[in-house]
Design a protein around this ligand. Sequence first.
Ligand code: AMP
Length: 451
Amino acid sequence: MGFHDECGVFGVYDHPEAANFTYLGLHSLQHRGQESAGIVATDGTSFFQHKGMGRVGDVFRPEDIKDLKGRSAIGHVRYSTSGKSTLKNAQPIAIEYSLGKLAVGHNGNLVNIDKKRRELVEHGSIFTSEIDTEILVHLIATSRKPTVVDRIRDALSQVNGAYSLAILTDKQLIAVRDPYGFRPLVLGSVQGSPVIASETCALELIDGEYVREIEPGEILVVDSKGMHSEHLEPAPRLAKCIFEHVYFARPDSHLFGRGVYETRKELGRQLARESHVPADVVIPVPDSGVPAALGYAGEAKIPYEMGLVRSHYVGRTFIEPRQSIRHFGVRLKLSPNRDLLQGRRVVVIDDSIVRGTTSRKIVNMIRAAGAKEVHMRISSPPTTHPCFYGIDTPTREELIGANMGTPEINRYLGSDTLAYLSMEGLHRAVGSDRKSFCDACFSGAYPIPVE
Ligand code: AMP
């Protein structure tokens, strides 16, 4: 099994501010990965690149951006769970091969690739990183096909999994989305120049316009002749990630044709319809629970309040690679609003429970602040299965929803009641027909079997 990456990609073609726009785009996609960031730019002849560990604002100094010359660029933000936080795994990966220069930024996760990697090594390939993206780069470089687009197609026909790709050559910007459509990828434009981004929120910051989604299975090629699309072999089904709507994407993005914020509010409304409980206040776990709590409060006609205050000066606690830091992080990040909680019956809304460690601490904190009752409401079903398609999740052993039923989890958390959103409610709120979304993290129904 390869790395479980959570990532964001961005690209712009033929604009004098290519590197600046990419830098800004990556800022907007920072929630998709905080471990490393990188940009590769081209002036049509050479590649210029800068990558580093950490957040976008820390990785790039003004002089680094100035050195990223040229009118086209791609960028990448990355987070991986496996503990190996090293620069060699940072993207985009840039190489020189028989057809010229190539850089690849990948959001997603390829599955069942150990054999492919072994084959490549047996044929003399040398790997410098542990990431699955490098396998793609080798397959493109060693393909016998005449053009880079043919080679990309050839390489992708040999792998399976989730991939939204931003690819840069010295002459082209290429966007690819896997035929299942697991991860999002959109086309936009800024002052007439084409832009690609994981999420629409990246277009907002650069005053760009949204054009359309890159379709599942589409290879979009942008070069001096304009734009054209080719298509990969269709997948047996579509599998758009439902968890992007639940948690991962930014609420101001439009995803798979729907506003994320409104979808999350609807998840909350649906939750209120399914598991209403008499209470005095509805509070979110900020920031992930905010839109669903607004929806819940509106539907249940219970006041919405800020019962927990979040410090914005610590990172996402989940994102810390070491367990010990994660535990401490909850206290660092969230503080109870005692005046509000004292003597109240409180409904607490969060989007998901993963290990249960955060929720347990939160319930504890709210009780210690004097709440009379604590009712946990979760705007998605129990997370029972790990994701192999690009969302970072722990193993099944670590997933509380895989190992305990709801009453047992309720006892573990120390809440008075606990209710999750139903699977039907989830699909209804997301506007899903059930066939075109992947809900494997909640159902175990993996669209691509994982070896
Ligand atoms: P836990 O204590 O492990 O149950 O953590 C639950 C919290 O993690 C919730 O507030 C979620 O919003 C958040 N969360 C869920 N999935 C992820 C993920 N893949 N990456 C980071 N945070 C997540």
